[in-house]
Design a protein around this ligand. Sequence first.
Ligand SMILES: C[S@@+](CC[C@H](N)C(=O)[O-])C[C@H]1O[C@@H](n2cnc3c(N)ncnc32)[C@H](O)[C@@H]1O
Length: 264
Amino acid sequence: MVSDRPEGPGQGGGGDGTAWSGREGARAFAAVEAATDWLLGYPFVFRALADRIGPGEVLVDYGCGPGKVADEAARRLGARVLGVDTSPEMLALARGSATAVAEFHLVEGGRVTGLPDGCADAVMCNHVLASLPTQEAVLGVFTEIRRLLRPGAPFVLLTTDPACGGTEYASLRIGDPGEVYGPGDELTVRLRRTDGSWQEVRNHAWPVGTLPALLERAGFRDVARRRPTVDEALTVADPELAAGRAWSAERAGPPLVVTTATAA
Ligand SMILES: C[S@@+](CC[C@H](N)C(=O)[O-])C[C@H]1O[C@@H](n2cnc3c(N)ncnc32)[C@H](O)[C@@H]1O
């Protein structure tokens, strides 16, 4: 069970209704632990990218937040990483700590400022769709990512599966038990903070099966999906993290999905 009194839904946001926006939202997200993501998510994103890009090539982290994942990608892959986000406050946090990231750019009006068409050799987009309320918004993000990529370049997308509703994972809980969530439905996500307490945020459900058609509409091909397991993570994730817990819920129903596609 979620143990302490959580902050109210939407408190991951900064008052304009968007998850993680504003200074408070940026600080709140920077304080989450993300153990499940560092086991079953980000290492698999890095591995998918390592197969497709080399040192010095340009990798855009679309919706980079406080920059921790972008920073780790730059260090592990040797890529020239560009972090982009709609939140100036997130970018300010990232600029202060993600020192391996080459540049940061603001997303304004659905477009990344200062980045030309086809400038990227790869794009990753981790846990951004959950902030997007409509199919049009998801399509808008995919279309902008497609604009940034040169033809033939890879896109790697990390999402939570709303079908895993209600299970308490090491660092997250997606929605409520017994609920079935359709595309864009609101749900409450609970994220464990580094101090052990829980942060609640109102997010949107994007069932993983709805994404391939949207990616194809935005100009992607070769869409593939995988759901990393704990056994796979034992050879991919940080060994200390992997060995540090039983990961019973993650073993029973892995909640993260990595979708890959190629810019047509
Ligand atoms: C949950 S955080 C994830 C941050 C980071 N990718 C990670 O995995 O740690 C979601 C981020 O997406 C950003 N975001 C939300 N909507 C966006 C959009 N339409 N375009 C770009 N970034 C967006 C938010 O400002 C926030 O920083």
